[in-house]
Unconditional design. Structure first.
Length: 583
């Protein structure tokens, strides 16, 4: 199954899909209604101002000014300013609450997605969905939609008032509307397509940059700067070219809109002055008409932006929904199960990432309580995949894994993983302090004394005490301020603090120098005591004392037994051992 979020064959997302997405969020609809109400009242005030201005102009004389009308205009203007500010703030607050709820929902869902999703999608692209696409939706809800509603109301009622005041002037203004519509809609569709392309190109660039910056040491050590320079320039130029086209379209649109507005203004002004000269129209009515003209034309400029933003939001909705529709990891709602002193058993496990590319075939083994089971064999044979299946990162294509007599898929997922300790060749360390990394994922608060005890068991207390800030030492992104051996011992200390029932060691000492390996191996020996332990090791000297060794080739077990039994019965295992002894 593919989890690519930017699939080429996707359904057309409609407005109902966008509304359905919002419906599933915990948003304060009353807040939106209040903000919209204030904005509508502001629109009403906008509609009153031209009428009040007309009255002021028509009733004022050279020797007598209508102060009453002026005061009324100021009151309405101030009310419009206050209510507009309040409505704008409430709608902005509502928009922020919507994007907060959407991001929380998406983030929670991302954390529950299976590993297979992250195998198929770049982290940067996924983070772009979480940050950028949700931001597009926020802009539509908090800004563009209220502007559209208030603009539509202003347009409708302005036209009605204009027809009531003077139908001839209104007809002149109304002829502008079809022309503007004919221009705006095709351009709006073009800008929407460009917006989607720009979002996709930006997400791709974000994903690639995140990946490359995470491995910047590989780039520098491999003299890859020139290659990455060209690769980055190519993607930046792609974004630039789309942006230039977008700017070109907008540059054409803005002068057209300005020209239309000026032409409309000049035409109506000229026609109005003729009417005033004829005595069929008052000066105040002409001023009111000109003010209403802006109430008619201005919304159309916002409508173009609104429809463009809708298309962007629908594109964002499509990408977000593609993620939300991916099935989360299955976690059965059952009581937590204690797996202590129970045998771990695999029965005829088969697994493949793709239908025609088997990784494991008919794998069976038994790990008795408090025993050490080792997996050996060439790289790529499928040893780490067995660990991934035990962790339930993936599910077997066929076969099952049992703990005691219970299928591990029937155990509550968090309970199962909380009882497993996993130490890999490059154990993950997050940015933050040593303390943060030691307690990561634990559901109980540990004292400093307990943390130091875990460090002592992992032979890590000496180098931690040497740091000026000790447990509160910042270790940088992915623990870059620590050596490989120090990171491994921090990871082992974390495993001690988890007190796992099952311990899995995946090449835990493979990348260390001899001194670090010795210290880490001592820590691992401590950690393995009284636990069911599964070990993957290329260095066979580290597994000679295992209770059972399973030799895996091409996804199949080709032999198993103790070290001495395999030396006699398995030629390839014996050859591996002899070659390493010579080395």
């Amino acid at each position: 199954m593919t989890f690519k979020s930017d699939q080429t064959k996707t359904k057309t997302v409609k407005m109902k899909d966008f509304l359905q997405l919002l419906k599933g969020l915990k948003v304060k609809k009353g807040l939106f209604a209040a903000g919209l109400l204030f904005s509508l009242v502001t629109s009403v005030a906008n509609l009153l101002l031209p009428l009040l201005t007309r009255n002021l102009v028509d009733t004022s004389k050279w020797n007598k000014f209508n102060y009453r009308s002026m005061v009324l205009i100021i009151v309405v203007f101030v009310a419009q300013l206050v209510l507009g500010t309040l409505g704008g703030y409430i709608l902005r607050y509502f928009g922020e609450s919507v994007v907060k709820s959407l991001r929380e929902k998406l983030w929670l869902h991302l954390l529950k997605l299976p590993i297979s999703y992250f195998d198929e999608n770049k982290a940067g692209e996924t983070s772009s969905r979480l940050v950028n696409d949700t931001g597009v939706i926020k802009d539509l809800i908090a800004s563009q939609f209220p502007n559209f509603i208030t603009g539509a109301i202003q347009l409708l009622f302005s036209l009605i008032i204009l027809f009531v005041m003077d139908w001839q002037m209104a007809v002149l203004i109304f002829t502008i509307v079809p022309i503007v519509i004919l221009i705006l809609f095709p351009v709006g569709r073009i800008m929407a397509r460009l917006g989607r392309k720009l979002q996709a190109a930006t997400a791709e660039f974000n994903g690639d940059v995140s990946e490359k910056l995470a491995e910047v040491r590989l780039i520098k050590s491999s003299n890859g700067e020139k290659f990455e320079e060209q690769s980055g320039k190519k993607m930046i130029n792609k974004i630039f070219n789309i942006g230039v086209i977008d700017a070109r379209v907008e540059a054409i649109l803005q002068p057209i809109m300005t020209t239309l507005m000026m032409a409309a203004f000049a035409g109506i002004l000229a026609f109005g002055l003729i009417r005033v000269g004829q005595g069929s129209l008052t000066s105040g009515s002409l001023v009111a008409f000109l003010l209403y003209l802006f109430n008619v034309i201005a919304p159309f400029a916002n409508f173009a932006t609104f429809f463009s933003q809708i298309q962007k939001a629908l594109g964002s909705t499509e990408r977000i929904q593609q993620i939300l529709q991916i099935e989360s990891e299955k976690s059965y709602l059952c009581q937590p199960t204690d797996i202590a002193n129970q045998a771990l058993k695999a029965e005829n496990l088969s697994f493949n990432y793709k239908a025609d590319e088997p990784v494991l075939s008919s794998i069976s083994f038994v790990a008795k309580p408090n025993s050490v089971i080792a997996f050996a064999g060439p790289s790529g044979a499928g040893k780490s995949t067995i660990f991934a299946l035990i962790e339930r990162f993936y599910h077997p294509t066929t076969g099952q894994i049992l703990i005691g007599k219970q299928n591990i898929d029937e155990i509550e997922l968090a309970s199962w993983r909380s009882q497993i300790g996993y130490v890999s060749q490059n154990s993950a360390i997050f940015s933050g302090t040593i303390r943060d990394n030691l307690v990561y994922g634990l559901d109980q608060k540990l004292s400093d004394e307990q943390l130091w005890h875990g460090l002592e068991l992992a032979y890590a207390d000496h180098f931690v005490r040497a740091f000026p800030h000790q447990l509160d030492t910042e270790i940088g992104e992915r623990g870059i301020k620590l050596s490989g051996g120090q990171k491994q011992r921090i990871a082992i200390a974390r495993a001690f603090l988890r007190n796992p029932k099952i311990l899995m060691l995946d090449e835990a000492t493979a990348s260390l120098d001899s001194e670090s390996e010795r210290k880490v191996q001592q820590a691992l020996d401590q950690l393995m005591t009284n636990r069911t332990t599964l070990v993957i090791a290329h260095r066979l000297a580290t597994i000679v004392n295992a209770d059972q060794i399973y030799f895996i080739e091409h996804g199949q077990i080709t032999g198993h037994g103790t070290h001495h039994e395999l030396m006699k019965s398995h030629p390839l295992y014996a050859r591996y051992v002899n070659e390493q002894m010579v080395d």
